[in-house]
Design a protein. Structure first.
Length: 359
């Protein structure tokens, strides 16, 4: 709610992004001069640090949103482009988004934020004259008085450290339901949601029209997510259909806009990061690469961002820089990597199997 620099410079590092994440991130998008936008769900929100080494000399901002879906990603991009002329937009599309029908049904502040196009004046005034802006000022003053960093960085990344968890229990309680839901969507043969393909197409075409370098990327999940889908008999636990649809879409958009091609990256593959073993059940401790089975750490995010932005040599053990013109080669590599990983993480697979057997 305090997106612009405060009158007292010393308070700027203590501005907090609070419960109204979309309102706060929309404020960040409007105020400041950004040449690199990072937009997506909670994965980039806590995993991509605009102050990291990959963004050196770039004015980058993290506009990720917890629980954000494709529709909100597009709304944030459109909103940012109304006030910014960025050079690059990094758009992260979660595995499963193209199969899941409709919007993500969680309570958030989208409808009262500038991302909702109704009443733009009223929504803009909330940053200056509202109870929420007063509350945000008090929160920021409280952080400053304690010289305690707020939960979000000034450039929009949620600061999180890997927690001491029993990751087996965390997987079973919070992320096995995600795998069940994705498996159910696939078994219902819902197919690729064409309205979501349209949303992505419009984002890429907007970037091409505005001469913005678009980078489309699939962020990683821990391998246990695909293991859980496999064990439940999901028809496509590796999301090959979604990957083919994305590659085909990028190829079409690039053919129509040869002067401003979109880049396509896939991090959701078996890799040294996604196959990191869980700590033993009786020895809870932080993981090196993961906050939980779907949220990677900002240290990992630094490595991914360096690949995306070209400041690090390509590393095919971490990502596939997909050639949209050759989707068969790309998909064959994805399939090969998952088949080769079939014997990895045996304890985690056994734990998932046991959890699935519970009534």
């Amino acid at each position: 709610m305090l997106p612009v620099a405060t009158e007292i410079k010393a308070l700027d590092p203590y501005r907090e992004i609070d419960a109204e994440i979309r309102t706060c991130k929309a404020g960040l998008a409007m105020h400041g001069t950004w040449d690199t936008l990072v937009i997506g769900s909670s994965r980039p929100n806590s995993g991509i640090d605009p102050e990291g080494p990959a963004f050196k000399n770039l004015k980058a901002v993290n506009l990720g949103m917890n629980g954000g879906d494709l529709y909100e990603t597009r709304a944030m991009l459109d909103h940012a482009l109304r006030s910014q002329s960025p050079k690059t937009a990094v758009l992260l599309i979660d595995a499963g988004d193209l199969t899941r029908p409709g919007k993500v049904q969680i309570e958030n502040d989208f409808e009262i934020s500038p991302l909702s196009k109704s009443d733009p004046v009223e929504r803009s005034l909330r940053y200056l004259f509202s109870q929420r802006s007063v509350d945000a000022a008090i929160v920021s003053l409280n952080f400053a008085s304690k010289q305690k960093p707020p939960h979000y960085s000034p450039l929009g990344m949620q600061r999180k450290q890997p927690p001491h968890l029993n990751y087996f229990e965390t997987m079973e309680k919070y992320y096995l339901p995600w795998a069940r839901l994705q498996t159910d969507f696939q078994k219902r043969n819902l197919g690729i949601q064409q309205d979501k393909i349209t949303v992505i197409r419009e984002m890429l075409e907007t970037c091409a029209r505005r001469s913005v370098r678009a980078i489309l990327a699939i962020p990683p999940n821990h391998l246990t997510l695909s293991q859980a889908m496999e064990l439940q008999g999901a028809p496509d636990p590796w999301f090959l259909a979604e990957r083919r649809a994305l590659a085909g879409l990028v190829a079409e958009v690039n053919e129509a806009n040869p002067g401003q091609p979109c880049e396509f990256w896939d991090f959701n593959i078996p890799s040294p990061i996604t196959t990191e073993p869980f700590p033993p059940r009786d020895q809870p401790r932080p993981m090196e690469n993961w906050l939980d089975p779907i949220h990677f750490t900002s240290t990992v995010g630094d490595r991914y961002a360096a690949l995306l932005l070209g400041s690090r040599a390509e590393d095919d053990t971490l990502a596939i820089h997909g050639d949209p013109k050759n989707p068969d080669d790309y998909l064959a590599k994805v399939e090969r990597l998952f088949k080769e990983a079939a014997s990895k993480l045996p304890d985690e697979r056994a734990g998932i199997r046991k959890a699935l057997e519970k009534p």
